[in-house]
Ligand binder design. Structure first.
Ligand SMILES: [Zn+2]
Length: 185
């Protein structure tokens, strides 16, 4: 009989402590600066006909913008595309100290990719409910799914820190994204 497996962050840390270096707590000002970077990416993406979703990767100082990504299409989302790129560029130990920031709450696919890319923190400005309201029901451009980042990432062996929605910034993201979505409702 196999003994009960310990599937906790404490167990993961004791097995591979080098993969979980301490993360510098992120400040409100750093969170807002990161979201503003994403808003710039998103605005530019929309002028190229892309959908209003964007993400950036902040370094271990919570300020240096290492990478950025817009949404390419419905299967190449900003966050999962960025997480794959991040994993190609940096080591797991370093990524654990990094933060993926996005304008919108990462979906199940993106949250899982963030987990496997070993990115230690995710910050999103606006929630999936806010997106569902914005797109409206039965929007053929976005049949918005019903989920949360925390549904995927909470209670796993890696305790990825999750921050969002961000009060105040969420409204800015909703307003700016509506420039696109109002043409699709
Ligand atoms: Zn996604």
């Amino acid at each position: 009989m196999a003994s009960e497996a310990a599937l906790t962050p404490e167990a993961a840390r004791s097995i591979a402590p080098h993969l979980f270096p301490a993360r510098t707590p992120i400040t409100k000002a750093q969170i807002e600066a990161g979201i503003n970077v994403c808003l710039d990416i998103q605005r530019r993406a929309v002028t190229f006909g892309k959908r209003p979703f964007a993400a950036c990767l902040l370094g271990s100082d919570n300020e240096t913008v290492l990478l950025m990504h817009q949404s390419i299409d419905q299967v190449n989302h900003a966050e999962s595309s960025l997480a794959r790129l991040a994993y190609s560029h940096y080591s797991k130990a370093y990524l654990w100290q990094c933060t993926l920031v996005s304008t919108w709450e990462p979906c199940a696919m993106c949250s899982s990719t963030i987990y496997w890319a070993h990115i230690g923190r995710v910050v999103y400005a606006a929630s999936n409910e806010q997106l569902a309201q914005l797109t409206g029901p039965g929007n053929k451009e976005n049949f918005t799914m019903n989920w949360h980042t925390r549904d995927i990432l909470l209670g796993q062996q890696k305790d990825v820190e999750i921050i969002g929605p961000v009060e105040g910034m969420d409204k800015t993201v909703v307003e700016e994204s509506d420039v696109y979505w109002k043409t699709t409702r």
